[in-house]
Design a binder for this molecule. Structure first.
Ligand code: GZL
Length: 307
């Protein structure tokens, strides 16, 4: 390059420090807590001044936070959209203000992809597909109907929509798999327990629970045990995330399979922010690495688990 010190040419005192506005979904699950810690730790590590806002799972709070970041003239904005739709207006305001936007964790369904620089997060359809594939293998050769209840994530969120689609497409291949009840538990333990209690009252023949995250699965375990049934044995349980409490339940045989969804997006996010602020090209999609766990694999992985 020209060797020109970009700091000297920057407005306001030549300070090189980047200010990042981050709008977080909330604090609904163990995954979210780990994700917040990853973002905050990585910003500190990267010397980035983080303006962090918790939206308590409300889209209007995220929109308010984003507008406040525009007023504060931050250098970049990153957020995890609580639901997929309804972002075009505020993202156009950000674009008009010349501030780069990075989507983390969850995606938006805006047709205009120029409204953000990149989306870093998991492929939630694949997480659903992996969950369905485990179930198909588990019930190979077993002729009976396999009655499934499903605890969906937050209504309208990308993970809930995509995990449901991935799982549903796989089990549609064999008519013995029947989803006899499906309802949102909003990604929380409390709601997961409440909805599972209702499922247990309404259905006496549940074989499998597919929960879109560990936290709802852990709440459901309390409901299942409260009904005098053995989770993992009387009712097979599949969840997604792989947070510590979920991995412990997997190691204890109360959950049978977990598809991992990594919350540790902080370091990659800060790299992307630095590049975006400098106007460098960044990939429009950054996919997080993740795997799956059986009880044996959970036992082996637990000691080193960061979250
Ligand atoms: C997935 C994330 C989901 C987690 C839940 O990337 O958006 O939200 O699976 C969390 O645990 O609440």
């Amino acid at each position: 390059g020209s060797g020109q010190d970009s700091g000297a040419s920057r407005q306001g005192g030549g300070s090189d420090q980047i200010t990042l506005g981050f709008s977080q979904v909330g604090a609904e699950s163990g995954w979210r807590t780990a994700n917040t810690k990853s973002v905050q730790d990585a910003a500190k590590e990267a010397g980035i001044d983080l303006k962090f806002s918790d939206a308590q799972q409300k889209q209007e709070n995220q929109i308010k936070a984003i507008r406040s970041f525009i007023q504060q003239k931050v250098d970049a904005i990153a957020f995890s959209p609580v639901v997929e739709s309804g972002w075009d207006t505020v993202l156009k305001e950000v674009k008009d203000a010349g501030i780069p936007v990075i989507l983390t964790d969850r995606a938006v369904d805006s047709a205009d992809t120029s409204l953000y620089k990149t989306f870093i997060g998991s492929d939630f359809v694949v997480e659903g597909t992996k969950s369905g594939e485990w179930l198909v293998k588990e019930y190979e050769g077993k002729p009976d109907p396999v009655n499934i209840v499903e605890l969906q994530g937050t209504t309208g969120s990308a993970p809930a929509n995509d995990r449901k689609k991935g799982f549903g497409d796989v089990i549609a291949a064999d008519p013995k798999f029947k989803i006899i009840a499906s309802q949102t538990g909003d990604f929380t333990r409390a709601k997961g327990k409440e909805v599972m209690e209702a499922f247990l009252k309404a259905h006496k023949d549940i074989d499998v629970l597919f929960a879109h995250n560990d936290d709802m699965g852990l709440g459901a375990i309390e409901a299942i045990e409260g009904a005098g049934l053995k989770p993992g044995t009387d009712i097979k349980i599949i969840t997604i995330d792989g947070v510590r409490d979920g991995m412990q339940a997997l190691a204890d045989g109360k959950i049978n399979f977990i598809a991992e969804c990594s919350p540790l997006l902080g370091p990659q996010l800060m790299d992307l922010v630095k590049k975006a602020v400098k106007g460098e090209q960044i990939p429009t999609r950054v996919l997080t690495e993740e795997t799956t766990f059986t009880p044996e694999q959970a036992k082996a992985a637990l000691p080193d688990r960061q979250y």
